[in-house]
Design a protein around this ligand. Structure first.
Ligand SMILES: Nc1ncnc2c1ncn2[C@@H]1O[C@H](COP(=O)(O)OP(=O)(O)OP(=O)(O)O)[C@@H](O)[C@H]1O
Ligand SMILES: [Mg+2]
Length: 275
């Protein structure tokens, strides 16, 4: 864990209460409650189908909930969607760039979408290209980019309008270790240099532990455990447990009841995202 875990007196930036979502018979999000504090890196961990993406989509206002409430910066996502949209950036699990446009053009589309004034657009896009090490590739078609470059471009798009909160759904899935480290460094910089609050999902347990302040383990639409990695270990009564053990302890039980834990590192997910 970071040595600066969320302080109890940090401002509450996100408040989720009794949040629910159903898809027919599937109770994808089954009444969850949590808060995220200013400057945190908050991670949702959980097996495939646990409800992480659904939770994030409802927090961004892209998907309507079936119950409960979400506030961001004190604004209700349901009642003040435009206000909330100006406060947040979102990098979805699926691809959010157009391979047939250049990096610059992709950023321009989002700059217009966010309503950046014409006079500030060019400078802000250049700034983002520099910050995410994409200046040299700016005029190349994105379909020629590596997975890591695409991820950086997607994060760049999501922060063009200086959001207070950045949501990232599996930002490092399918990347090689070097590219993954690069993406994490950028996320860290956004958090430390711009005091951005980060909410992300990942299946990389060690990353979650070393880079995030608190971990919410989701399973079958519920939060099975929430706290710092140390607090979760303490709750298990095993202070030396690995993160894999922590994960299996809190999330695995439900899966085993269903006949074995599904792999959460499935490579098809990468193919699905980039292919
Ligand atoms: N649009 C949809 N229509 C029907 N069912 C859905 C829809 N989106 C999600 N679900 C179902 O809701 C449950 C939660 O899905 P969700 O995508 O939130 O899981 P996740 O934790 O993000 O999983 P993964 O790790 O695979 O990304 C799953 O059972 C999924 O099949
Ligand atoms: Mg998901």
């Amino acid at each position: 864990m970071q040595d600066d875990p969320a302080k109890p007196d940090a401002a509450e930036v996100i408040r989720v209460q009794h949040l629910e979502k159903r898809f027919g018979e599937v109770h994808a999000v089954a009444g969850i409650d949590f808060s995220v504090y200013a400057g945190e890196c908050f991670v949702l961990l959980g097996p495939n189908g646990a409800g992480k993406s659904t939770t994030i989509k409802m927090m961004t206002g892209l998907m309507k909930s079936d119950g409960g409430s979400i506030e961001i910066g004190g604004w209700s996502v349901a009642q003040s969607p435009v206000r909330v949209r100006s406060l947040i950036g979102y990098v979805p699990q699926m691809l959010s760039v157009d391979g047939n446009l250049t990096g610059y053009e992709n950023l321009l589309v989002f700059a217009k979408l966010y309503g950046l004034r014409r006079s500030e657009r060019t400078e802000r896009i250049r700034e983002i290209l520099e910050r995410f090490d994409l200046a040299e590739a700016a005029d190349r078609l994105v379909r020629t980019y590596s997975g890591g470059m695409i991820r950086k471009l997607e994060i760049g798009q999501a922060v063009l309008h200086h959001p207070r909160v950045l949501f990232l759904d599996e930002p490092t899935v399918g990347l090689d270790p070097v590219a993954r480290k690069g993406v994490w460094e950028h996320i860290e910089r956004l958090r430390h240099e711009q005091n951005m609050t980060i909410v992300l999902t990942t299946h990389y347990m060690e990353e979650a532990e070393s880079l995030c302040t608190r971990i919410a383990i989701m399973s079958r639409g519920r939060i099975a455990a929430l706290g710092t990695a140390q607090a979760l270990r303490a709750q298990m009564g095993q202070p030396d447990a690995s993160m894999d053990d922590v994960f299996a302890h809190f999330a695995g039980r439900f899966e085993q009841e269903e006949g074995g834990m599904r792999s959460v590192f499935r490579s098809r997910r990468t193919a699905r995202r980039l292919g």
